[in-house]
Design a protein around this ligand. Structure first.
Ligand code: NAP
Length: 131
C-alpha cells in the first residue's frame, strides 16, 4: 500500500505525482552500493490504521492476493511477502506479528516467485498505475 520508492523508478521521466523522488534516490543508491533495504510494516497501510489483509477497504487488492494465494498454495501474507521479495533490490521483509501462524504464512512467500505480470497485477490492484 505504500510504494513510493518503487513508483519513482516506474514513472521515470514523467511529470505525474508518482514520478517525484521523495527519497533522494535511496533505492537506486542502495542497489549500486549493495546495501540491503528493510521494509517495515509490510502488511499495514497508513500510519496506524492496521493491516490491508482481509480489510474491506481494499477489495481489489484482497481479490488479487486471494487469487495468487490460491495459485501458489500460500496465504495472502505469503503473496504480499513474495511481492516485496520479487523486486530486484532484494529487500528484506520485517514482519511484526507474534502469531506463529502469521509468521509461517508470511515466511512461505519466500518460496514464491511471482511472474512480472503478477507483480504488476498486485501493484495495480493496490490502486497504483503506470504512466
Ligand atoms: N523504523 C520505523 O520507522 C518503523 C516503522 C514502522 C514499523 N517499524 C518496525 O517494523 C517492524 C514491523 O512492523 P509492523 O509490526 O507494523 O509489521 P507488519 O507485519 O506489517 O504488521 C503486523 C500487524 O499486522 C497484523 N497482521 C499480519 N498478518 C495478518 C493477517 N493475516 N490478518 C490479520 N492481521 C494480520 C498483525 O497482527 P497479529 O499480531 O495478530 O498477527 C500485527 O498487528 C516492527 O518491529 C516495527 O516496530 C519500524
Amino acid at each position: 500500500m505504500h510504494t513510493g520508492m518503487v513508483d519513482f523508478g516506474i514513472h521515470a521521466n514523467m511529470t505525474d505525482e508518482r514520478s517525484i523522488d521523495h527519497d533522494g534516490g535511496i533505492l537506486e543508491y542502495s542497489r549500486r552500493k549493495g546495501t540491503t533495504i528493510q521494509t517495515w510494516s509490510p502488511f499495514q497501510y497508513g500510519m496506524f490504521e492496521g493491516t490491508f489483509i482481509d480489510n474491506d477497504k481494499f477489495p481489489e487488492l484482497n481479490k488479487k492476493l486471494a487469487e495468487l494465494a490460491d495459485k501458489y498454495g500460500v496465504s495472502k501474507n505469503g503473496i504480499a511477502t513474495a511481492w516485496i521479495l520479487r523486486h530486484p533490490a532484494q529487500m528484506q521483509v520485517i514482519i511484526g506479528t507474534m502469531n506463529p501462524d502469521h509468521i509461517k504464512d508470511s515466511a512461505a512467500g519466500a518460496d514464491v516467485k511471482l511472474t512480472n505480470q503478477e507483480w504488476y497485477d498486485v501493484y495495480f490492484s493496490a490502486g497504483n498505475t503506470l504512466p
